[in-house]
Ligand binder design. Sequence first.
Ligand SMILES: [Mg+2]
Length: 216
Amino acid sequence: MSAHPPKLVFFDCDTTLSGIEGVDELARLRGPTVLAAVAAMTTAAMEGGTPLEQVFARRLDLIRPRRADMDVIGRLYLEHVEPTAKETIAELKAAGWTPVVLSAGYTPAIEPLAKLLGIARIEAVQLRFDAAGNYAGFDESFPTTRAQGKPARIRELKRELRPVRTAMVGDGVSDLEATAAVDVFVGFGGFVERAKVRAGARHFIHRLSELPALLG
Ligand SMILES: [Mg+2]
């Protein structure tokens, strides 16, 4: 982070920076029954019908992700990276923006994608594993595990980093909730277009390369 007050642009990860939903891909590793149950919960939460905290622990309890699964999802994030993400983030950084991943996904799976894209800061959920690499819980205190968690975390980061300008881009209702906490909210429909987000967002784009013109 530079010594100057930063401009912060927060990126959702799943179906924004990359075309997959990491939690659904984790569920797929456990077979079709777990996948169907988890995907239904993810969709209900991202479309705003169910508060995120009602599904967050339940999905993980069904999947019980192992440490090694994080590498599988990390590779999938890379394979499905939004086609203009890397150049867009470079362009935004050159214009003085500091990119931050703000996600309800799992930090160890997101790290390779963030590295590829030149994003130094990941605000996502830490998982716990036992010595054998088996699932042992998640950081329940992290705000993005709950509804209204993204604006809550943005407000914490604004107190910490004192940005002069903030923006958020994402496809889900949990991203749209951040509207009141940032200067500019941009809805994203490049992978999944959600009606509630499209209706609620003042700006809506289908390629991340449309972002720099909106942010200036
Ligand atoms: Mg998303």
